[in-house]
Write a protein that binds this ligand. Structure first.
Ligand code: HEM
Ligand code: NAG
Ligand code: NAG
Length: 530
């Protein structure tokens, strides 16, 4: 059966978009609005003028129609609530609140049929069972291409498959040679903490970890680190932050991405390229030399020494060598995948342990027993640090680094719970919401309790109640790397330091692509003494 789509006339829509974008431009020019406020206002207007009017009404060939999100005044109330929540740093809680209306909901959203699917069985269906029907889709690509090109994160189909297959061997934990490459960064972190302790000042742990992880990720990926720890206000880091924010907004506005004005965007991308391109070019030059040497019969020892070199020696999905732009996209994508996620994990571990001194002490005693007081943990130690791993899981449950994810439905489909998903819908699932559902986790779902991951209680964790690393064919490639880096870092930290969250400080979790705390994470460190 064919489905029928009714929309308001395209010319009305495009006229409205042009009008709104002019209004926004004028406001910014006159200094009457800062860009993110203007974007919020524009989102609200779009909800109001277009979102509701352009309803996608489909005939239901099968399944149940998804219940509608309750709205009044053509979505105005929803838009207002969202903006209020976002400005108060309560965005995630707001989305969680929607789930009280139902675990599967639909609404019209900037010209698309948007479906919220919070049930574990729906998540499993989209990520695993009917994976092929739920790619990232064109809206995602359009939002992210200017920043991430055709890299793994931003591709579907053959390009994605090829990059994934090429990268996978590098992420096997055996190849992650202990934690040798984070040694320099760990000592830089110690230096920064010792200084703060001497000065008696608090530290923004989020800022610290964001520099730490960019250095360790670049070290792992291309053998050279960016040294963001050494240069706090690095242009690279601020450009990286900025472009993500803009792309996050574009994704939210879907068809109306043109409304997201980002006058500095191109310059910021150039700032990043100024760092990445020389790394790519140097690697190419080195490979050319190595090949020449190999022809003369010399040793080939550098082959595959890091991910970049490995890609350099491989071919793209069309059987051609990767060109320098493709290689740059690759680096950018792996940086994005690996940096903010690990930053988020370390930041919220500092928060949770800082708020729960008894648990911090239990982790520390485990570390003293397994690893000792000053030795570096090795691969075997890491496997034995069971309670630390429970703390990590509990942190990932409450503060998953990728709290929402969006897929495009290719063909009409029915979820296991019987709801019909029309072709072309954008379907959102949310680890944040599912990870905190009382239906699944019990009345204390909002509480930080690592013991729920203990040997007995862990049996209550059913499949797809917990998916901080995504699942199925697109499951996070860096999962083991992330556990291992977080465990290493926390071990080293707890051997030497103790900390607490600054009195009265509460983080404001917010999401561009990954979750972060808008107001940072104020922590006071001290030396550990018994
Ligand atoms: C706590 C840390 C981490 C978390 C919570 C996390 C979570 C995720 C999630 C949810 C996805 C799916 C995203 C999507 O498809 O939209 C993903 C994908 C990915 N992650 Fe991670 N990640 C973490 C660390 C890392 C690290 C350290 C690396 C690499 C250095 C990494 C590499 C990747 C890659 C390459 C993908 C894309 C896989 C694909 O599309 O096939 N991740 N990660
Ligand atoms: C970049 O964003 C992180 C949060 O993800 C923040 O902690 C850090 O201070 C920002 N750095 C710069 C230079 O803007
Ligand atoms: C933590 O979660 C992972 C999935 O991300 C799971 O494989 C592991 O068994 C869990 N570990 C503990 C100690 O609960």
């Amino acid at each position: 059966m064919t489905s029928q789509v009714t929309t308001t006339s395209p010319s009305f829509v495009s006229k409205t978009v042009v009008l709104l974008s002019q209004l926004q431009r004028t406001l910014i020019k006159r200094g009457k609005a800062n860009p993110s406020l203007a974007m919020l206002a524009v989102t609200a207007s779009i909800y109001l003028y277009i979102g509701r009017m352009r309803s996608l009404k489909k005939k239901q060939p099968r399944g149940q129609p998804v219940p509608h999100l309750k709205t009044r005044f053509y979505m105005l109330d929803v838009a207002y609530d969202y903006i209020k929540a976002r400005s108060q740093g309560d965005e995630l809680k707001w989305v969680q609140g929607l789930s009280k209306q139902g675990l599967t909901l639909t609404t019209e959203f900037v010209g698309h049929c948007l479906i919220l699917a919070f049930e574990p069985s729906s998540v499993q269906h989209m990520l695993v069972k009917n994976f092929e029907n739920y790619p990232k889709g064109p809206e995602f690509h359009r939002a992210f291409s200017p920043f991430m090109g055709t890299g793994i994160f931003n591709s579907d189909g053959a390009a994605w498959k090829n990059q994934r297959a090429l990268a996978r061997p590098h992420f096997q934990v055996t190849e992650y040679k202990g934690a040798a490459h984070i040694e320099t960064q760990i000592h830089q972190v110690f230096g920064i903490l010792d200084q703060a302790i001497a000065d008696g000042t608090a530290i923004d742990a989020q800022d610290l970890w964001s520099r730490y992880t960019i250095d360790s990720a670049t070290g792992f990926l291309f053998g050279d680190c960016i040294n963001a720890l050494g240069v706090p206000q690095s242009k690279f880091v601020s450009a990286f932050n900025y472009t993500q924010k803009i792309c996050g907004w574009k994704m939210r506005l879907c068809n109306y991405q043109a409304l997201v004005l980002a006058p500095d965007f191109k310059q910021k991308v150039r700032d990043m390229d100024a760092v990445l391109m020389p790394i790519v070019d140097a690697a190419i030059a080195k490979e050319v030399k190595r090949h020449a040497a190999a022809v003369e019969g010399e040793e080939n020892e550098n082959k595959n020494e890091n991910l970049l070199v490995h890609f350099l020696n491989s071919v793209d999905e069309n059987g051609k060598p990767f060109d320098r732009v493709y290689l740059r996209d690759m680096l950018m994508n792996f940086l994005l995948a690996g940096r903010d996620t690990t930053t988020n994990l370390l930041t919220f571990m500092c928060y949770n342990l800082g708020k729960h001194p008894v648990i911090m002490e239990r982790v520390r005693q485990e570390i003293f027993t397994v690893v000792g007081r000053d030795r570096k943990p090795d691969h075997e130690d890491i496997k034995k640090l069971k309670f630390l791993k429970q703390v990590i899981n509990e942190t990932l449950r409450l503060y998953p680094a990728v709290p929402f994810n969006i897929k495009t439905c290719l063909e009409d489909d029915v979820l296991p719970n019987g709801y019909f998903i029309p072709k072309g819908s954008l379907v959102v699932h949310s680890s944040y919401v599912t990870h905190r559902m009382k239906e699944y986790w019990g009345e204390d779902a909002e509480e930080f309790d690592p013991d729920r991951w203990g040997p007995e209680r862990v049996k209550m964790v059913r499949p797809f109640m917990f998916f901080p690393f995504h699942a199925g064919p697109r499951i996070c490639l860096g999962q083991n790397f992330a556990y291992s880096q977080a465990m290493n870092t926390m071990t080293r930290l707890l051997q030497k330091y103790t900390w607490k969250v600054v009195d009265g400080f509460e983080p404001m979790p917010e999401t561009d692509i990954t979750m972060f705390s808008r107001n940072g994470m104020q922590i006071i460190f001290g030396h550990y003494r018994e």
